[in-house]
Design a protein around this ligand. Structure first.
Ligand code: T46
Length: 131
């Protein structure tokens, strides 16, 4: 499985950095933005896949691990740089864990929230992938 890390273009000067997501930096138009914060270090978020939704996860602050499963293979990636985000396409199971103190995960999503786009049962996900 390919882990799709996208580097966000940035403008650096002595006052600090600006990272900008526009045009074709990510391969979808953002319809929703949300963020995870104040996540306890022993908590796990995610634990589902999406049928249609694409998302782009950015570690605005701190770090966390994302475990991805494509129905056959599992891989783990640590996000810890605010100018490097993770693209998660539809049909990928994801779990987020090991949040550092103060970590913030910003998510750009291709669709508004729809509960019927979620597969929240791993066995159903594996079945979905074999269809
Ligand atoms: C994902 C990971 C990274 C809403 O009403 N609107 C929203 O936009 C979102 C994201 C959630 N919710 C409600 C649905 C649940 O009642 O908030 C509650 C918690 O959502 P969930 O358990 O799905 O949260 P996470 O952190 O496990 O998953 C979220 C996203 O839902 C998911 O798409 O990939 O963050």
């Amino acid at each position: 499985m390919e882990i799709e890390i996208i580097e966000i273009p940035k403008i650096k000067d002595l006052r600090g950095n600006i990272a900008v997501i526009e045009n074709d930096v990510i391969p979808f138009t953002t319809k929703r933005v949300y963020y995870l914060y104040d996540v306890p270090s022993d908590a796990t978020r995610g634990g589902h896949a999406h049928i249609e939704l694409s998302q782009f996860l950015i570690p605005l602050s701190g770090s966390f691990d994302v475990i991805l499963h494509d129905g056959k293979e599992q891989q783990k990636v640590t996000l810890n740089k605010p100018d490097k985000g993770l693209l998660i396409k539809p049909g990928i199971w994801r779990e987020l864990e090991n949040f550092s103190s103060g970590a913030i995960c910003l998510v750009l999503a291709s669709e508004v929230y729809q509960e019927d786009d979620y597969i929240r049962d791993f066995d159903k996900f594996v079945l979905f992938k074999t269809r």
